[in-house]
Design a protein around this ligand. Structure first.
Ligand code: PFF
Length: 437
């Protein structure tokens, strides 16, 4: 059943990009960067994305494609009789945790699209915008209603196995989102005081970067690329052997980074211009962005389009998260797709209620999944390549498209030595810090 999800194998790279690009870029990246002092965080984030996260992305795609199965089955097929498939269980658990808070924020995105339509965001002051967000985030009933609407939408798509159709739309809608973001960047950069915001983003002040900031940059890099929990392993299994995984992986990471970076180029100039604290936390995008719509020609129409496109970007990510759990139940536990989708959506809705009632639980789920489970999972995935799959099998998978990969030697070295030491080092240091702090 799970094999039927994507009819067009060429679309699988676009689907993986759809999973990567989402609220992680536009909502999470700016707020985590804002809390960690700006430019220095960006510097470390770039390093982690291209040096550490891309090799893991390529490892996941290669493992999935080689096995031709979703994550759990992939590890069982490539390492039969071992415990490596436990990575799959951690992924399923992680998908639950991420979806529970991600669906809340996705619900807010829908709600803001609705507010834009009815004109509630028009002509209100930055202070009123903050009050509006505070009311929204502290009203569990509103959050829960919109969260269920969003989970329902996700379940509808996954249940009917029509991801392929969604990806076709998102191939048009994603470039539209990118174009809109570029236009908003131009407007943001011409706001009074914008340059202070740009300096906050681009001028690295390493004295503001704590070890926790480094740790969070690593987690954010993994979260943004959807790696460390098998999502990309599952998508890898849908990719045709004719596709060049290396160039595909770099394109996904490049696009993902660009959208996150440009979102920050809008948000920080906007925050500084309207007197909003850049470190104000998860509400950052909702209290800064709508202000800019009030400053542009046809702002109301633009705000509607923006929040609708953001909801679509969130949807392609929630689909990939729900798919991890559903494909597990379908291929490992003999469920049918429809009941599995409904059951999982219901359970996630219940967990999401906890996040709606308590911002502490919301942050806890956010932190544990991005900063502990994803790096932990990624560590095992990356150990799998040299120690189980083997160098030559990995090379043959990356070169299956017929192109010799000149970067292979460097890539393999990075995967074998640099990535495990970097992730292990950061994780151990942070855990020791917690224990003694
Ligand atoms: N990468 C998504 C984003 O940036 O919004 C979030 C995500 C999707 C994380 C799927 C993990 C995942 F498996």
């Amino acid at each position: 059943m799970a094999r039927e999800v994507f009819n067009s194998k060429m679309g699988a790279i676009a689907a993986a990009a759809g999973s990567a690009v989402g609220l992680g870029n536009i909502w999470r990246f700016p707020y985590v960067l804002g809390e960690n002092g700006g430019g220095a965080f960006l510097f470390v984030y770039i390093l982690f994305t291209f040096l550490i996260a891309v090799p893991i992305l390529l490892s996941e795609l290669a493992i999935g494609r080689r096995a031709g199965k979703p994550v759990l089955g992939a590890f069982k097929a490539l390492a039969p009789g071992t415990k490596w498939h436990l990575i799959g269980y951690s992924g399923v658990f992680c998908a639950f945790l991420i979806l529970s808070f991600y669906a809340i924020v996705s619900g807010w995105t829908l709600l803001y699209a609705y507010r834009a339509v009815v004109g509630e965001l028009a002509a209100i002051s930055p202070d009123e915008m903050t009050t509006l967000y505070n009311h929204t985030s502290s009203d569990p009933v509103v959050s829960i209603i919109w969260m269920f609407a969003f989970i329902g939408l996700t379940a509808f798509v996954v249940m009917r196995g029509v991801q392929d159709g969604i990806e076709k739309y998102s191939k048009i809608l994603m470039p539209m989102l990118l174009l809109l973001i570029v236009l908003l960047c131009i407007r943001a950069l011409t706001l009074p005081g914008a340059l202070d915001g740009l300096a906050f983003l681009l001028k690295p002040d390493f004295s503001k970067l704590t070890f926790t900031g480094i740790f969070e940059a690593l987690g954010q890099a993994f979260f943004s690329l959807s790696i460390g929990m098998g999502t990309m392993t599952t998508y890898g299994s849908y990719i045709s052997r004719k596709q060049n995984l290396v160039s595909g992986g770099f394109s996904i990471a490049g696009l993902d980074f660009m959208i996150a970076f440009l979102a920050a180029v809008i948000i920080f100039p906007c925050a500084f211009s309207f007197g909003i604290s850049p470190g104000q936390g998860p509400g950052l995008v909702f209290v800064t962005l709508p202000n800019i719509f009030n400053q542009i020609f046809m702002g109301r129409a633009v705000s509607i389009v923006f929040f609708v496109l953001l909801s679509v970007a969130a949807l392609t990510s929630t689909i990939s998260l729900l798919e991890v759990v559903v494909s597990f139940l379908v291929s490992e536990r003999g469920f049918r797709r429809k009941p599995a989708s409904l059951l999982v959506a219901g359970l996630i809705g219940l967990l999401g209620c906890l996040c709606a009632f308590s911002s502490t639980i919301f942050s806890l789920f956010d932190n544990i999944s991005a900063n502990i489970l994803l790096p932990g999972g990624a560590l095992f995935i990356v150990l799998f390549i040299p120690h189980v799959l083997g160098k030559e099998a990995f090379r043959s998978e990356l070169e299956a498209c017929g192109t010799r990969q000149r970067v292979f030697g460097v890539l393999y070295f990075v995967i074998k030595y640099i990535v495990p030491v970097a992730i292990g080092g950061v994780l151990i240091y942070q855990i020791v810090n917690w224990l003694i702090g």
